[in-house]
Design a protein around this ligand. Structure first.
Ligand code: PLP
Length: 331
């Protein structure tokens, strides 16, 4: 796989660290747990969207865009980072924000919402949960065109075959690091949301013949929907890369057991996992994604899904800025 064929703007210098979580490993008494610190990626606050935006913003720039239109939930990390990238590139940015929890948009809310304002979002268009988000983004883009501007639509979560290249690239980065460290990893655990992360990582690992399975923890959609979403995006990424290796349905593994009542809703397991990582390792997870994923990994360890002798790599996809909006989940 030759990723240098695709235009890219770097937002992070070098690699993000892979660290061993000694205290968590000891506490859980099972496999060795390592963490890939993608919470330390570049742009405002770090997190997985930065990798996708490296390819998406390069594409936007090449198209001559002057305004980015994207969408997300009311506390979207993706929107925060897309805005940060737009600011970097001297472009304007507009959001379509979906109230996945009814009435959840509060113009004065903290967390990511505060950062939207701080970085100078041009306009926020709020829609109800389940609306035609792409339709609304197209409408916003058409209006901009009518004003003589050049909009570029970044899809939700940056998860199309261009954005997912960011996680193909991450897979290559991880393999280089494991080689340098002489570290053998047996499993990678990732959050599976809009699926660019999961699909990119899986395609990257299969494309490199790495033999490292990727386990996804769902945070939003029910199992069959999520399996299809990841599988379909893998096929598109594989086509873009002209990959010879096939990605089979069985390669896509997702657990739906840790979503709780729905996207961004509190679960006891999420709270437990966030408190544990903060107090044992000084690492901040987030309530919407990585807290649920970490709890899922802990529960799978307890259930014997991983062997005690194995080395597990947990992908930390970021999200901590949202913690400051959800403080009432904790104490
Ligand atoms: C968006 C996001 C995810 C999910 O990644 P997808 O590529 O959408 O599946 C995980 N963690 C955090 C912190 C995120 O912001």
């Amino acid at each position: 796989m030759n990723l240098s064929r695709f235009p890219r703007i770097r937002y992070t210098e070098g690699y993000t660290p892979i660290e061993k979580l000694d205290k968590l490993t000891k506490h859980l008494g099972g496999p060795n747990i390592y963490i890939k610190r993608d919470d330390l990626l570049g742009l405002a606050g770090g997190g997985n969207k930065t990798r996708k935006l490296e390819f998406l913003m390069a594409d936007a720039k090449n198209s001559g865009a002057d305004t980015i239109v994207t969408c997300g939930a009311v506390q979207s990390n993706h929107c925060r980072l897309t805005l940060a990238a737009a600011v970097r590139e001297g472009m304007k940015c507009q959001f379509v924000l979906e109230q996945r929890v009814p009435g959840s948009y509060d113009e004065m809310a903290g967390g990511n919402n505060f950062l939207f304002k701080l970085m100078g979002i041009e306009a926020v268009h709020v829609v109800e949960g389940g609306s035609d988000i792409l339709g609304k983004m197209n409408e916003v883009a058409e209006k901009l065109k009518a004003e003589g501007r050049k909009p570029y639509i970044v899809p939700g979560g940056g998860s199309n075959e261009i954005g997912a290249l960011g996680y193909v690239s991450c897979a290559q980065e991880i393999l280089a690091q494991l080689h340098e460290k002489s570290l053998k990893i047996d499993h990678i655990v990732v959050t599976s949301g809009s699926a660019g992360t999961h699909a990119g990582m899986l395609t990257g690992m299969i494309g490199a013949n790495a033999g490292i399975p990727v386990t996804g923890i769902g945070i939003n959609a029910r199992l069959n929907i999520q399996l299809d979403r990841v599988y379909n995006l893998c096929q598109k990424v594989a086509d873009k890369l002209e990959l010879k290796n096939n990605i089979e349905r069985e390669d896509v593994v997702v657990f739906e057991d840790y979503i709780g009542e729905g996207y961004s809703r509190k679960t006891d397991g999420m709270v437990e996992a966030i408190k544990l990582l903060a107090s044992l390792e000084g690492i901040l997870l987030d309530p919407v994604y990585t807290g649920k994923t970490m709890y899922g990994m802990m529960d799978l360890i307890k259930k014997g899904y991983f062997k005690d002798c194995e080395n597990i790599l947990f992908l930390h996809t970021g999200g901590a800025p949202a913690l400051y909006h959800y403080t009432d989940y904790f104490f």
